[in-house]
Design a protein around this ligand. Structure first.
Ligand SMILES: [Zn+2]
Ligand SMILES: [Zn+2]
Length: 262
């Protein structure tokens, strides 16, 4: 089995968040609980795969997030030219994961059929379900469909030797996670299947839900596919930046294929 290198890149943050914003069942509703925004890069075997592409600066401004750097610039900072990337996986179409669809002119976008159906279907007639989507980003994804640049998946798919996508849903209609073989074992990039380690470890889901049952089953799937609790990488947890080895000269990058340092 090949071993890949995984880098998490943090492109935005928001300090003014509370447990009530992040847990369905908060212990202390008003307790501070900041959130970070990431994309992930998997490299090895001559391949570069980007998981999620973040929002843009206008999106950060519109929704009150603190901008750190463009995900595209962060990629360039670790030697990845977005214009050369051939495979981009979109875990789900929420605004904070799908806002730079024009930044990868050569890429195929890997997406679950269920997610595209969800974000363009009848559920979007309901404001609470529509809120985490951005119509311009969704429209761009539709344009990519018409340009034959979307690789649709229905459940599990192997997109490179050893690297698989898994449909879990729950948080969004067709959310998928990614499993990657590394030198420290099987790592699961959970994206929003678990925003924080605390969501999965305490079985206390994030507030934004499409289907609670699928969300809880998704936790089980993450645990089944990963080699241990520290092999599940949550999608928004500031602890990720603290717990994994950094990349020299880059305060917003950490290596997830290496063992945690704390
Ligand atoms: Zn989401
Ligand atoms: Zn998210």
């Amino acid at each position: 089995m090949p071993h890949y290198e995984i880098t998490a890149l943090r492109y935005a943050t928001m300090a003014a968040r509370t447990q009530g914003d992040n847990f369905l069942y908060p212990d202390d509703h008003a307790a501070p609980m900041p959130i970070d925004y990431y994309i992930w890069v998997v490299r090895g075997e001559g391949r570069t795969i980007v998981l999620d592409i973040g929002f843009d600066e206008a999106g950060a401004k519109a929704r009150g997030r603190t901008w750190i750097a463009s995900p595209l610039d962060l990629l360039r900072g670790i030697g990845v030219d977005p214009a050369a990337v051939e495979d981009v996986v979109i875990s789900h179409m929420h605004w904070d994961h799908a806002g730079n669809l024009l930044g990868f002119p050569r890429a195929r976008f890997h997406l679950q059929e269920a997610e595209m159906a969800y974000c363009t279907g009848r559920c979007m007639c309901h404001e609470p379900l529509r809120r985490p989507f951005e119509i311009e980003y969704v429209t761009q994804a539709v344009r990519h469909v018409y340009a034959e640049r979307v690789a649709f998946h229905r459940g599990e798919a192997e997109i490179a030797p050893g690297i698989t996508l898994h449909l879990v849903g729950g948080h969004s209609g067709g959310l998928q996670i990614m499993r990657v073989p590394t030198a420290r074992g099987w790592v699961v990039l959970a994206s929003d299947a678990a925003h924080y380690w605390a969501n999965i470890r305490k079985r206390n889901p994030f507030v934004l839900l499409h289907n609670l049952e699928a969300m809880l089953e998704g936790f089980v799937t993450c645990e089944r596919l990963a080699d241990g609790p520290d092999h599940i990488i949550p999608g928004h947890d500031p602890l990720v930046m603290q717990r994994f080895p950094g990349v020299a000269g880059n305060p917003n990058a950490v290596r997830l294929d290496l063992p945690p340092i704390g």
